[in-house]
Design a protein around this ligand. Structure first.
Ligand code: ADP
Ligand code: MG
Length: 497
């Protein structure tokens, strides 16, 4: 009998909160930032003091619109704010300003890439539809200790964009792919720093099961997942739990759940609240905002190329291998660095990509200070002594046959340390590749005549084409590794034929 669990279809919808990258809070000029002294980033508005009035921060609204444009959403003519009423000390006003009826972003979709069959094969690309995204204020932070509870209002009023997907995701792996794609999109566009460790991107996961083709099942919502691995683990555990319930004949109860990452277990937080519990109504302090079309077009023009659009261009137009393309597009600064090098030597984007994605990134990673938490490799790019034009020059030297690919790697390592020009290093080290046909032919004939290699020679002549490679090693050795490999191959075949 087949495993009954395989007969369930998993349905997931995510609600992702991202803190928008702005200098000031969403309804007041107070600054905000991670790690400040508690209650130092506050003002009358974020404390909800009587008589204070919110004013919409245009920069936050613009960031929300930019997200909408990046996901091909509709930006309505007008957006407006509502009060979501609830009593909890993390929010001193007893209501949260949010957008219920008229959000700033409607619809749209995010392109995701599923894992491929192996690391260097591209997986399937799909689009996950968004229902909408709305702009709201973040709330304060409570810390519960033995002696009582503490509240820090630094985070109250930080601009938050809640991005709500349609129930389009079908597995924990797809949810993970969505979060990775969204993370790349918002960070590259400067919409959010989206640092999950700082709570700048948080996720609620709605999960239900159904028999294929059946209507949507009852869902649960697991709140406040703050790492990609946490999202994955929480969804996987919830799928197992619901399948067990359903197979035991117990219906899934619609509820709000929490996730204990240490224990690897979900738990019930509360029964699902209904929208009516919050008594939403239009906020009387903030008039609806008309969104100027010219501004929208200006914001659209200022967006960078989307990561997957860039990936497609690298594959189709530049002919890059998938692995190099995906490494490069994962970081905007790295991609732009690469493109600057290609502009300086457009003849060989693949050669440039391979050096950047493999060798340069390895040097950058290795140069991180010991003890430093391994930074994402491109972090040191800004201070890197190798400039794009110099790397392009190095590839040009290789393409011209002046040095071998192996020598290029060694030169790059030295460029990385000293910042010297490639030609200077090649000259100083006497690295230049030997393309002297006369001299190489002399060495080739020497090796072919050497009884030490008679066996390989006989194998080659007996039809084993690969045996020729065994002769190349000694030739390279006798030229101190400087022989031009293509020329050696050509001469060797001529001499043997
Ligand atoms: P609510 O009004 O209770 O917030 P929504 O309809 O707005 O519910 O949906 C919230 C999130 O839950 C969305 O991401 C949506 O895709 C997801 N969702 C809705 N129904 C289901 C379901 N049956 N299974 C999984 N996810 C669901
Ligand atoms: Mg909702």
């Amino acid at each position: 009998m087949s495993n009954p669990r395989e007969a369930w279809e998993v349905v997931i919808g995510l609600e992702v909160h991202v803190q928008l990258r702005t200098a000031a809070k969403v309804f007041s000029p107070a600054p905000w930032g991670f790690g400040a002294e508690p209650n130092s980033h506050i003002d009358p508005v974020s404390l909800g003091l009587p008589g204070s009035l919110p004013v919409v921060n245009l920069a936050a609204l613009e960031q929300a619109i930019r997200l909408g444009l990046a996901v091909d959403a509709e930006i309505p003519e007008v957006c407006a704010w509502d009060r979501k009423n609830y009593f909890y000390p993390d929010n001193p006003k007893n209501y949260q300003l949010t957008q219920m009826a008229r959000p700033v972003v409607v619809g749209g979709s995010v392109e995701i890439e599923l894992p491929g069959a192996s690391r260097n094969v591209m997986g399937e690309h799909r689009r996950v539809r968004l229902h909408h995204a709305h702009l709201e204020e973040d709330v304060g932070k409570l810390s519960h200790a033995a002696g009582g509870s503490l509240v820090d209002y630094n985070r109250a009023g930080v601009p938050l964009l809640e991005i709500v997907t349609e129930p389009d995701l079908r597995s924990a792996a797809e949810a993970e792919a969505f979060l990775r794609a969204l993370h790349a999109l918002v960070t590259q566009a400067g919409i959010s720093d989206a640092d999950m460790e700082k709570g700048q991107l948080r996720c609620d996961a709605n999960v239900s099961l159904r028999r294929p083709g059946a209507p949507l099942g009852t869902r649960t919502e697991t709140k406040n997942l703050n790492s990609i691995s946490g999202v994955r683990a929480a969804i996987e555990a919830e799928v197992v739990r619901q399948a067990r319930e359903l197979e035991a004949g117990r219906p899934v109860v619609q509820e709000t759940r929490g996730w204990n990452a240490e224990a690897g277990r979900g738990y019930v937080l509360r029964d699902k609240e209904d929208a009516q519990d919050y008594r939403y109504f239009p906020d009387p302090d903030i008039p609806p905002v008309a969104i100027d079309r010219a501004r929208v077009e200006r914001l659209r023009a200022g967006l960078p190329e989307r990561p997957f659009d860039r990936q497609r261009r690298y594959l189709a137009d530049l002919g890059l291998p998938y692995t190099a393309a995906s490494v490069l597009v994962a970081d905007l600064a790295l991609a732009l660095w690469f493109e600057e090098a290609v502009a300086a030597h457009p003849a060989n984007p693949v050669g440039i990509a391979n050096l950047v994605a493999n060798d340069l990134l390895r040097e950058l990673a290795a140069s991180a200070q010991p003890g430093e938490a391994a930074p994402p490799a491109p972090a040191g790019l800004a201070g890197c002594k190798v400039r794009p034009a110099a790397l392009a020059e190095l590839v040009r030297l290789t393409d011209a046959g002046a040095i071998s690919k192996q020598q290029a790697r060694e030169v790059l390592a030295e460029m990385f340390l000293t910042g010297q020009a490639p030609a200077a290093i090649v000259g100083a080290r006497g690295l230049a590749q030997n393309s002297d046909a006369g001299e190489l032919e002399r060495v080739v004939r020497e090796v072919v005549a050497d009884p030490a290699f008679a066996k390989s020679l006989a194998e080659f002549r007996a039809g084993n084409a690969k045996a020729i490679n065994a002769l190349k090693g000694p030739i390279m050795k006798r030229t101190q590794g400087k022989a031009n490999p293509a020329l050696v191959d050509e001469i060797l075949r001529r001499v043997l034929s």
